[in-house]
Each structure stands twice: as C-alpha cells, then as structure tokens.
Write a protein that binds this ligand. Structure first.
Ligand code: SF4
Ligand code: SF4
Length: 444
C-alpha cells in the first residue's frame, strides 16, 4: 500500500495517538523517514495497557508499525521496550517480532516514554530542541496506535479503548471498553466503588489529570483510570491550584538548581532550565526572553516537581503556565542542530522503583491481568467531537438518524483533525457543538 492509500485508511478509521496529545496519526506520516519507533515504554507506573496489547497481539502491533514503515519507505521498525516488559514477553534485545521489527531494550527509568528521550534511548539520536522527530528521520507511534493502524488497514475503525483500571482497588485489571463510555459505568461494570478520600485520574500518577468520575468519559487518549488516595505526593501535587503556586514560587524557590539537574530534557542538552524559568516567570517577557521561551521545550513529565523540589514548589506547574502563555502568543523555541547529552545523564536518570516510592504509589503496583471486553451498560453515549489534537470532527449525522456500531458519525475537518465512529448502534438524539449523543438501541 502506498503512503497516500495508508494515510486515507488511517484517517477514515479515526486513528489518533492513543497516549499523550492524541495527534491524528495520518498527519504524522511524512517523507524522509528511515525508522519507525514503536513507543512500548509504558512510561507511567501502575499501567499495564500497552503490555497487555503486546501480550495479546504483538503480531498486530508489529504489522501496524510495518504497514507505516513500508508506506514511508523506511527500512526498519524499532520497538522500544523496558527490560522487565521484554522479560515477561520473553523477548530479548534485538529479538525479531516481524519481518522489519526488532526489540530495543531500555532501562526502567521515568520518563522513558517521552518521545525525545525514547528516540535517544533507542537510536542514539537527539531531536534538535523544538523540532519534530521527523527532523532526525524518525516517526514514533504508540503500541495501541500501531494496533489501531493494523485494524485500519482492514477497514476497522477505532471504537474501543484498552485501559488499565487500577490504583487503590482490590483487583486492578486491563479491559477493552467502548470509546466515550462513561467512567461511572466502567466502574459499575467492573464492580468498583471510589472510596472516600480518593480521586480518579485519567492517565498515570505523574502526568494524569484528576477527573470527576460522575461526568467524565473514556476518550481515545485514555490509557488508564486510577483510583488513588488524595494524600499521596502524586495527588497532592495535582490538588494545588496553579494560581496559588505562581504566587508562592518567588518566595519559596531557593534556586537550588535541583529541578534543572534532574530534568530529562536538560540532560539531553536541551536549553531547558526550569529554575531559571521560575525566576523569570512573572517578569516581562522582554527581560529574560530565553529563560521563558525555552519553557516550550518542557514535556510536562513532572519529574522536577515530584523528585527534585524540597521547597514545596511545583516547577512543572509553572512551566505549564508559561507554555500556555507562549502558545497563546505563538512563541516557541526552535534550534536547527542536535544538542549533546550531559555527561552526567546516565547517573541522574530516575529509576521507576524509587519514583513509585517517592510519589506514594509503590504499594498500589500490582499486575493488572487482562479481563477482555467489559460489558458496559449505558443507554446514552456522548461522542466527543474534540478528543484529539487539532480541529474538532465535523458531524455527518443529524438528530433522528439511525446508526450502527462502527459507523462514522463525524469526519475529519481539513488540516489537523480526526474522524469519529460510534461504538454502539441506536439513534442520534442530539448533535451539539461539542458532541453527538446516541441513544443506544440495545443496552448491554
Ligand atoms: S528544586 Fe525547587 S527550590 Fe530548587 S530551584 Fe527548583 S523549584 Fe526552586
Ligand atoms: S516537567 Fe520539569 S522535568 Fe519534566 S521536562 Fe518539564 S521542566 Fe523538565
């Protein structure tokens, strides 16, 4: 299949990055790529989603990545995977899992799934600051994305999501659930009650967001639903409002530099120094332009907040605020050359075992077995038109229309956008600016 044909199939199936920002996958495929890297790092603690997909369908993951590889005319697929994951899957460094695909083992450190870190760890290439992976001949796709690409080749759209349901619950598990099903109905079907004094995260303990389980839905980007106590460091850091942190920072930050010393992107030689950005934040952009501009290089991994700061400052929160302001002003940092990693890098990587203890989730890390498709019973689905990067999907159905499972209900808009399919059959009961509501014909 040539590149245009594959892009069309991926676009028609509504495939987006299944973890992270949810960038539409067909938009990622550009010429001059020599290597497809599959992100199998499963970076955050407590998550077993990608591990389970590989355990069940490694052949489909490799086939999806190889379809991309062949369409791009790239020579190889490198699957970047942690050593312990590979051991459980009985794979070793260089193991062939497809005609073009081999495994590259990586240490169990956080955040190995940051694609800039992943590319360096798997290929030894440093993406120039502010540039895309394509600048070093690489495209990165997540395990579940590769699985979805393989489905798209057979005309199967994205209507299911693989998720880990875990944290402080008796039996963590991995399930397949319908896209945009209600979180509360997932918990009901799984027999889970959220205990008093706990929060629910969409995502991992470091980068996940606190959600309201009574109102939230599982999106195409959801990798996990974690139930965690609200008094552990990972959650406390999320509960402090950014506005309060911004006021506190100038008096609390002692400029010790620890946040910078441990920053994974600083360690790759990026000109990203959170202690300097914190010092400059709140000052006019013209006074320290570089210290603010380089905040656009921050991945939001949270290591600086969760592992470095002993003054109760949350550098990653401030970085996110500065980034937001930069984006609004269309300002960013971009270099043309690769940087040179810090010679201390290997000594400063954060082992996941210490990370888990430090953020208070070690006691909740139990293997989450695969329990198959969860029978979620709900009578109304709200299919979100914006659950990917870029422009919202454009509805192609109207109120009153009958729909069947897998039918496209919204197409991709021009530019960066993605299509949307209904996971259930029924009748369209409403089309709004934010969602398409489907009343299910047969619940359960
Ligand atoms: S680690 Fe904390 S106190 Fe030290 S420079 Fe960073 S934000 Fe400031
Ligand atoms: S969140 Fe902190 S540690 Fe992570 S990339 Fe940004 S500044 Fe660096």
């Amino acid at each position: 299949m040539n590149l245009d044909e594959l892009k069309e199939k991926i676009k028609a199936a509504g495939v987006i990055g299944a973890g992270g920002a949810g960038f539409p996958t067909h938009m990622k495929l550009a010429p001059d790529i020599d290597t497809v890297v599959v992100n199998a790092a499963e970076c955050e603690p407590l998550l077993y989603t990608d591990f389970t997909i590989m355990q069940q369908y490694m052949d489909k993951v490799a086939a999806g990545a190889e379809a991309v590889c062949q369409a791009l005319g790239a020579g190889r697929v490198v699957i970047g995977m942690k050593e312990h994951t590979a051991a459980k899957l009985m794979l070793e460094d260089g193991a062939k899992v497809g005609r073009l695909s081999s495994v590259k083992l990586m240490p169990d450190v956080y955040p190995m799934g940051d694609e800039i870190v992943l590319i360096y760890q798997t290929l030894g290439r440093v993406v120039p600051p502010g540039q895309l992976p394509s600048s070093v001949g690489v495209v990165v796709i997540n395990v579940e994305t590769a699985y979805n690409v393989n489905n798209s080749v057979s005309g199967i759209p994205v209507t299911e999501k693989w998720i880990t349901v875990g944290g402080d619950i008796p039996s963590p598990a991995v399930f397949r659930v319908p896209v945009n099903c209600n979180v509360k109905d997932v918990f009901k079907a799984a027999g889970i009650t959220v205990p008093e004094g706990h929060v629910v995260l969409d995502g991992g303990p470091a980068m996940g967001n606190i959600i309201n389980p009574d109102a939230a839905v599982v999106t195409k980007k959801t990798k996990s639903l974690l139930i965690l106590p609200d008094n552990i460091p990972a959650v406390i850091a999320k509960l402090i409002p950014a506005s309060r942190m911004i006021i506190r920072t100038p008096s609390a930050c002692c400029q010790c530099f620890h946040c910078t010393e441990i920053c994974p992107r600083y360690l790759l030689g990026y000109p990203l120094e959170p202690h300097k950005t914190l010092r400059a934040a709140g000052i006019e952009m013209t006074e320290h332009p570089e210290d603010l501009r380089t905040a656009s290089l921050c991945s939001g991994c949270g290591v600086c907040t969760l592992m470095a700061c002993c003054q109760g400052v949350s550098p990653s929160v401030i970085m996110a605020e500065v980034k937001k302001n930069l984006r609004a002003k269309k300002i960013g940092y971009r270099a043309s050359e690769s940087t040179v990693p810090n010679i201390e890098r290997d000594n400063r990587l954060v082992p996941v075992d210490s990370f888990k203890k430090h953020i208070g989730v070690d006691k909740f890390d139990r293997a989450a077995p695969y329990k198959g498709k969860l029978k979620v019973k709900q009578s109304i689905y709200k299919l979100m038109l914006s659950q990917h990067a870029g422009k919202p999907s454009v509805p192609v159905v109207k109120a009153g229309d009958g729909v069947s499972p897998g039918q496209m209900v919204a197409r991709a808009d021009s530019g960066i956008s993605a299509a949307l399919h209904t996971p259930v059959g029924g009748r369209v009961s409403a089309v709004t600016g934010s969602h398409i509501e489907i009343t299910v014909s047969e619940v359960g």
